[in-house]
Ligand binder design. Sequence first.
Ligand code: SF4
Length: 429
Amino acid sequence: MKVRIIYAKWPKLKYQPEFHLPPHGPVVFASALPDDVEICFTDEHVTDIDFDDDADIIFMSVMLTCQIPRAWEIADEFRKRGKTVIFGGIATQLHADETLQHGDSVFLGEAEGRMEGVLGDFRKGQLKKVYDYHAIFPDINLVKTARRDILDRELYNFRGIQMVDLVHASRGCRFNCFPCCTPYLGGRQFRPRPIDKVLEELESIPNNRIFMVDNSLAQDDQWEKDLFREMAPLKKKWISHPIKDDPEILDLAAKAGAWYVYQAVVDMSDHIRDRIKRYKDHGILVEGTIILGCDKIGKSPAHDEDEIKKLVDFLLEIDLDMAEFTILTPFPGSNIRKQYQSEKRILHNDWSKYTCDKAVFQPHMITPEALEKMYDYAWETFYAESSREMRMAKLFLDVLKKEKKDGTHRRYDTRNKRKWGKRRSAASS
Ligand code: SF4
């Protein structure tokens, strides 16, 4: 049996540089398919879709809400040609009812241990319309090393620089932040993968640069310490979401190759200022993630023009290495959506505009139009003196320095190219 996994294109944010990371969801999904299945992959960000494909099944892997309208279009086109289309991925879970109209089947939940059944049903001509495993999580031990061999590596670089490979060491999140759908999708229980399996996966990746895409690494102190201790000998350089603000853990993270973190900046408190400083004191760079348009949070007033201006000044003052601004977006499955729905503050459900750079809700202290203007203001002011490209170049110089110091830069340049070459020739797409 031959299947094709398709990853539909979504609109990039206005201020994001045009580069594409190798996607994670499709390669993790591919690892859950039985060994005898021939897997081909198309990422529409980097390759055109061939609608005359001879695959037996088209799997639409959909991660983002703003990706789903295009995924529906693609699916409709394939189904017109008589192809069987199955939807999966986290955005499919968030938009299951609408997606049912565009697929022969929708798969809701995590795929491990379940695809043999789905493909068996397909072979018997008994594919179900819905496979609902939402919030019924498979044994985390079933998560295998992702099938990165289905990717065409050459397509994922930025001006000749090889980008990071994405890996996850855990699923679920014990936190329950107001704008986030992760608790709904992945559950409130932290589900770490066995560390030896994470290491095995990291070792299988010739690329020295990794993005640990775990929701937050700061979930379980002992696990975090063990993970970093075990990772250190690999000498990978990695990006992640927050690391626990603890001197011992930050020290272990730095020794394990922490390169930079994405850290939410929700207010202008000393707590945030000190948190950023502690990362930097450990040689870990920080990209702030800042959501604009929030209501009052704790002691922080709701965002209006003045508040956003003060916030941008604060970010410059605390010397963030990078900042990523988004407009608060009430995604299905999030707490904030429930609240705004009850307050009748959702302006529309045009999912193609749920891109985090548009105001799709009524903010508390500012008009939607003014909020979009302040979004431009934030990007332009933060990057006025040192452009995003300049700051990205500095991040890469930092990692080069780290790699040269421990001798991994050479390994990255030479041995890896040979390894990937071998894998590519064995790949099935
Ligand atoms: S924002 Fe991050 S830490 Fe908060 S619930 Fe979502 S994944 Fe967890």
